[in-house]
Design a protein around this ligand. Structure first.
Ligand SMILES: Nc1ncnc2c1ncn2[C@@H]1O[C@H](COP(=O)(O)OP(=O)(O)OP(=O)(O)O)[C@@H](O)[C@H]1O
Ligand SMILES: [Zn+2]
Length: 802
């Protein structure tokens, strides 16, 4: 195989008796590895690489920086469709029809595999191996996958089928002028057939022998030659033409539509910002655009993207949430048409493979709009990276490894390509703003909203006062109720934010105090009324809401507290004539659901949108004049150094959804802590004061940006083993790092999915060599690895936790 093996191509390797995995060739060398047996390759799956060199470099950076295995990065980076494994389910592509004229010739072994799949519909690769007894069944399957005959079966994801289009072509090669002559003889008596033949010759490029010969789409041929399908059939019957079905990539489908770049003109402030950014790029490859909510950052990005594309560059546009890709892709598609690709996890695997292959196949200028996993795509000439809402914690992957921050990985990727990066936010993260004000990044500010809109008025409601005065019904205070009423009377829209999904987060028996807990986690179950279920938000465990208390047997089980489901219900009851929509994890299980909710609300087919943090981010609805925060307190009291930052970001962002056009918006925040400093900053939209206060606290208590934090988690099914392992590890760490080590301690949720958890925090002064720190950490765990408590525990690192 030596000739066929290339860096970046996939190979198949067998582990154990029945398991095979796809791997990527990283380098070619002739040093025999020491310490383990070398396995032979079973097959080389690609004749050209599926991974570009800079991707491998990025994977290594991520593995190294976030302290995980390169294989974990590979797993996250490459779509499943490119990684056949023994556990993968396969099925026949239902569009596949055996066809003699199919250029793909089927071997006997391939036919056997196809037959099995025809019978069984759906099989694991390992089952196929057992049944067929072919040693190289994976390689055979791979050739069938390449030919589009077999595909990975995903019951869980909605299906995407590549579109099939019918093309026409002549049955003989271009050089054969005798045959062409004969063909004209054959059609002499039918004008329509003759016209069609001539139209074909023209459209296919047949007449310019040095140019490319193209198959012609059947529909286009029909349209342009003005003939009927019967005429085409006659040509096929005479053996002059033949049809070919090609599954065309969804994106090349629109290939013929002309380019349309229509940019909105920028306001004076926006143009100044744009110039400052492009000038800034000359000194400093990373720029921060700090623009208040509704200042039109997206328009500035759009202009920058257009410039990059015009230079022939590719662009990565990262956003934190799928809900944002929905709205932005509409806006960007109008400008960039087919140059826009969208990439996220709610796409099926074949759609993701499509995009991957499109990027792999060339280096045309494109803009990829996506969530964090799009940093892994095979960009060829990346010229610009934009990270919108750069402060968002959802850029950080929490579980499983790689626990990477896509914002930071994107910056590294950009620098590997020599590309420029723009971070944008109305509420920049403390770390980013610190870098921007200390010269590491350029800083550009947009301090006004577009088109004279003003920042909304914020009213803070003291719920204790309100309750005393009996001004609260359910969870809605009178001032909030009045605001919503005014909004509805004005025919405007409102957004209600509650950072909790489900119906009621607290379930208790009034008779005996019993409260349902998750069997696998140390958390209470949340009541979801729609399904009548109690649900764990950590591991997904569910049980029915018991009618009688399982502890005392009495009829005392009651539900308390408010999740989005209950709030939507209460709002609907309070405003019976309004149309209420809910957007949270429960109502957006698939891609269509997001789109439907956002489009419905955009069209003003709904008046009030109730949702979790999903509704706080970057969405732009022109008719929203009112935003209500039903309970700010869960945000304000979080036992964590980022508590204030998170609360400020969320509140300022959700407030920013109000009044984005002519009419001034208003925001009502309900709380029992009306004097909380964060609420004061939000009220005055005062980022600067918030930032300086927060930065001083971070300096005083040694938190980022003045230190680098690594959290180490120890997990074990046995509580005592977990404690012992944590203590041993902490001791060894203290021996090396001294007082930089905090803990071990039980995290907020100390048992998750049947594992007990302990955590240790390591804080390293900014500027110290993190490489050395990580080497020391690896050494410590290597020394401890023979200890039984450590060995039975899982350790994982969370570098730069958010
Ligand atoms: N130059 C422009 N021409 C036309 N419309 C504009 C222009 N700039 C901004 N807008 C409009 O103003 C609204 C707000 O702009 P945009 O959504 O880009 O704000 P943003 O800065 O991204 O806000 P946020 O941080 O809240 O997401 C949008 O509807 C946008 O289309
Ligand atoms: Zn659980």
């Amino acid at each position: 195989m030596a000739d066929g093996v290339q860096v970046g191509s996939r190979v198949l390797v067998q582990f154990g008796k029945k398991k095979f995995y796809t791997a990527i060739v990283e380098c070619l060398h002739s040093q025999k590895p020491e310490g383990y047996d070398v396995k032979p390759l079973m097959a080389v799956l690609d004749s050209s690489p599926v991974v570009r060199y800079p991707q491998l470099k990025l994977w290594h950076w991520i593995a190294d920086y976030y302290l995980c295995a390169p294989g974990e990065v590979y797993k996250a980076a490459v779509p499943t469709g490119l990684k056949p494994e023994s556990e993968t389910y396969l099925s026949l592509n239902p569009d596949y029809e055996p066809d003699e004229r199919n250029p793909f010739k089927i071997t006997e072994r391939q036919a056997i595999v196809i037959q099995f799949l025809q019978e069984k519909k759906r099989m694991r690769l390992s089952e196929l191996e057992t049944e067929t007894k072919f040693r190289n069944v994976a390689a055979i399957v791979n050739t069938l996958m390449d030919a589009g005959i077999v595909e990975i079966d995903e019951k869980v994801v909605e299906r995407y089928r590549p579109k099939k289009t019918t093309y026409m072509r002549l049955t003989f090669p271009r050089g054969d002028s005798d045959r062409l002559h004969e063909a004209f003889e054959q059609v002499k008596r039918s004008r329509m057939q003759e016209t069609t033949l001539i139209a074909y010759l023209d459209m296919s490029g047949w007449m310019s022998p040095n140019g490319e010969l193209r198959d012609v789409e059947r529909d286009k041929l029909l349209a342009l030659s003005g003939t009927s399908p019967a005429v085409l059939r006659a040509l096929v019957e005479k053996g002059i033409m033949e049809t070919v079905k090609k599954s065309i990539n969804r994106f090349t489908a629109a290939d013929d539509t002309e380019e349309k770049i229509n940019l909105s003109p920028l306001s004076a402030a926006q143009s100044a910002a744009l110039n400052q950014i492009t000038d800034g790029f000359r000194q400093q490859p990373v720029q921060l655009l700090h623009g208040v909510t509704g200042s039109g950052k997206t328009e500035v990005y759009t202009h920058l993207i257009a410039r990059a594309l015009a230079q022939g560059d590719q662009v990565l546009f990262l956003v934190p949430e799928i809900s944002l890709t929905t709205q932005l892709s509409d806006r960007l598609r109008k400008v960039f048409g087919r140059r826009l690709l969208v990439y996220h996890s709610k796409f099926s695997d074949s759609e993701r493979v499509d995009i991957w292959r499109r990027l792999l196949s060339g280096n045309e200028p494109l803009v990829v709009l996506g969530v964090r996993s799009s940093v892994f795509l095979p960009f060829a000439r990346l010229g610009l990276v934009i990270v919108d809402e750069e402060h968002e914690s959802s850029f950080k992957q929490y579980d499983p490894a790689p626990r990477y921050n896509a914002r930071d990985a994107a910056l590294v990727l950009a620098s590997m390509h020599g590309a420029k990066s723009l971070l944008g936010s109305a509420t920049p993260s403390i770390e980013t703003y610190y870098k921007a004000t200390s010269g590491k990044y350029g800083l550009v500010t947009l301090s006004e909203r577009f088109d004279g809109a003003t920042l909304p008025d914020v009213e803070i409601i003291d719920m204790k006062e309100m309750r005393k005065k009996k001004e609260v019904k359910g969870i809605i205070s009178s001032p909030l109720r009045r605001r919503i009423l005014d909004t509805l009377t004005d025919k405007k829209q409102a957004i209600m934010f509650q950072n909790r999904r489900g119906f009621a987060p607290v379930v208790v028996c009034e008779q005996c105090g019993w409260s349902p807990k998750c069997h696998n986690c140390d958390v209470s179950l949340v009541y979801h009324k729609n399904q009548g279920l109690l649900r764990c938000h950590y591991c997904g465990f569910t049980q029915m809401l018991p009618k009688l208390c399982p502890a005392c047997g009495l009829n005392g089980v009651r539900t308390f507290g408010y999740g989005t489901e209950r709030i939507a219900e209460e709002i609907q009851a309070a405003f019976p004539d309004s149309r209420v929509t809910r957007m949270d994890l429960d109502t957006t299980r698939n891609k269509e659901a997001y789109q439907e909710i956002i489009e419905e609300f955009s069209r003003h087919d709904s008046d009030i949108l109730v949702g979790t943090q999903m509704v706080t981010k970057g969405l732009d609805f022109g008719d929203v004049t009112t935003v209500g925060v039903l309970n700010a307190d869960t945000l304000l009291n979080f036992p964590d150094f980022r508590s204030n930052e998170r609360a400020y970001n969320m509140l300022e962002q959700v407030a920013g959804r109000a009044g984005r056009r002519k009419q001034r918006g208003s925001v009502v925040i309900q709380t029992v802590n009306p004097d909380h400093e964060v609420l004061q900053y939000v009220k005055s939209h005062d980022y600067a004061t918030y930032y300086h206060r927060e930065l001083e606290d971070r300096r005083k208590y040694l938190y980022p940006p003045f230190t680098k934090v690594i959290n180490i988690y120890i997990k074990n099914k046995d509580a005592a083993g977990c404690d012992r392992a944590a203590i041993k590890l902490a001791k060894s760490m203290i021996g090396v790092f001294g007082s930089r080590v905090l803990g071990p301690e039980k995290p907020f949720v100390s048992r998750v999915a049947t594992y007990y958890v302990q955590s240790i925090m390591l804080k390293i002064e900014a500027g110290a060599s993190m490489k050395k720190v990580k080497d020391l950490l690896r050494q410590i765990t290597a020394v401890l690895s023979s200890d039984p408590d450590i060995r039975t525990s899982q350790l994982h690192y969370d570098v730069d936790p958010v």
